[in-house]
Design a binder for this molecule. Sequence first.
Ligand code: GCO
Length: 253
Amino acid sequence: MKKVIITGGSRGIGRACVELFCENDCAVAFIYCSNDEAAKECADVTGAYAIKADLSDPEESEWAYNKAVEYLGGIDILVNNAGIIKRIPMHEMKASEFRQVIDVDLNAPFIVSKAVLPSMIKQRSGKIINICSMMSEFGRETVSAYASAKGGLKMLTRNIASEYGQYNIQCNGIGPGYIATPQTAPLRETQPDGSKHPFDVFITETKTPAGRWGDPEDLAGPAVFLASNASDFVNGQILYVDGGIQAYFGKQP
Ligand code: GCO
């Protein structure tokens, strides 16, 4: 039975991954930061083990990893999914706000990945999957911290692949397009006049060939692929699951 740790597993993409890894007969421990109710519901429904920790705190990240490995009896697969975003114009963003996003979205994946590597090196196998973003490739207004973190996470993915491929450890990323999750809910809010949010229209009618927001479930299958032996010769890649956004120049006026 494969042993899996997923960060940010109580909601959104992470929750879909917890469900699908459990459905694929894996032993799963997930780390969450705040929503006790969602975490308990996820653990009750899936049988996964919930661990509460602030991943922006290096000591808490280390503690949570050790608790997960103690529960699982080892580690085969790590999914670094936990992430926060602060949509603030860069010239208005405090350095402390920028740093918090970097801590959760980039430093925590480093800390937890660093923690799993010795076990994976010893067993000469392991899978690390980092949930990157469209913002690993593109910028846009108000997401300077998030784009910096996700751009860094793309290169951390490639560097882990480069440094640890020799131990049969594969590290790849998944780059979600625009997915309907709590994190993107503000971009999809119905307007006071009942119309669609302008960003919702932008994504579904201009930028995404599929013409829709993705569902978290759209990402879980690619995660299972990157966690399986079917991807043992795939290393350092970012698999974009974006409905075609990356390929598309945008709907013509
Ligand atoms: C935003 C969105 C995106 C998505 C996702 C896209 O504000 O642009 O939150 O960042 O969450 O990361 O891949």
